[in-house]
Design a protein around this ligand. Structure first.
Ligand SMILES: [Zn+2]
Length: 255
């Protein structure tokens, strides 16, 4: 995704090379943005800015990791959308926005701010180092979320994006309907997860790195002949299944 300034570059300029040094208040300060924390009722974060200076307010009652994500999101607006009169009020829907709609400008900016926030908290020059020789499992997501102080959902999405092994993350509502998914570039784009899961209660048993038939999650014909390594976990609202083709020869062929 194109940013006006890359999160990696901003952090490197500040000499940040370790996850515990990713202090978003410091990043904001270096970018001439003041950060306040107050009770907000209709949004998670907002920003008011001119060409030179911005004030960001974050909802002080939100979970600390949510607050961090919100600050990264508002910094995304500051870096990418600044102009004469910059004003954004962003709610949880904006901060969950992942799909680009061609004609919806505002939505595109929200998606970009979310991606910016994820890359600022989990920059490739640091995050990539942590992915060497790590299994793609729920335990690894927990480990990375603790190291980077990020939510399990955004950690899992970033994990899939940056990993050099074939994997996919799928988010389902509790009734078994697919909400969204993301595959990494190694997984061919003809491989799709099901649009819904028939017996969600059974399928959504929590797991960590177990081998299952691929057709439990994958819709493609012939997927019953292959296996994947699954981890199933909850983010408090939805169910996430992290799918890893540990044996890459099990990425089945197009028909
Ligand atoms: Zn926003």
């Amino acid at each position: 995704m194109k940013f006006k300034r890359q999160p990696d570059d901003i952090l490197k300029k500040l000499g940040i090379y370790e996850p515990e040094d990713i202090d978003l208040d410091l990043v904001a300060y270096s970018l001439n943005a003041d950060v306040k924390r107050s009770a907000l009722f209709d949004c998670e974060g907002n920003i008011i800015g001119t060409d030179e200076k911005a004030i960001i307010t974050i909802n002080k009652d939100a979970d600390p990791r949510r607050q961090r994500f919100s600050l990264g999101h508002e910094l995304g607006h500051w870096v990418n959308d600044r102009g004469k009169n910059l004003t954004y009020r962003c709610d949880t829907d904006d901060m969950r926005q992942r799909s680009m709609s061609k004609d919806n400008f505002r939505q595109q900016k929200e998606v970009r701010a979310n991606q910016f926030s994820a890359e600022l908290m989990m920059p490739s020059h640091i995050f990539g180092r942590y992915l060497n020789d790590i299994d793609i499992t729920a335990d690894s997501v927990n480990y990375l979320a603790n190291e980077f102080d990020t939510s399990r959902t955004s950690t899992a999405i970033r994990f899939v994006e940056v990993s050099s092994s074939p994997c996919m993350i799928v988010c389902w509502d509790k009734s078994g309907k697919r909400r969204w998914f993301s595959r990494n570039p190694i997984v061919p784009d003809y491989i799709w997860p099901h649009t819904s899961i028939m017996q969600p209660k059974n399928a959504f048993t929590l797991s960590n790195g177990i081998e299952v038939d691929a057709d439990k999650w994958i819709n493609n014909e012939g997927s019953e002949d292959f296996s994947v390594v699954e981890s199933v976990f909850s983010n408090g609202y939805d169910i996430l299944s992290l799918i890893w083709w540990k044996d890459e020869s099990h990425l089945n062929q197009p028909n």
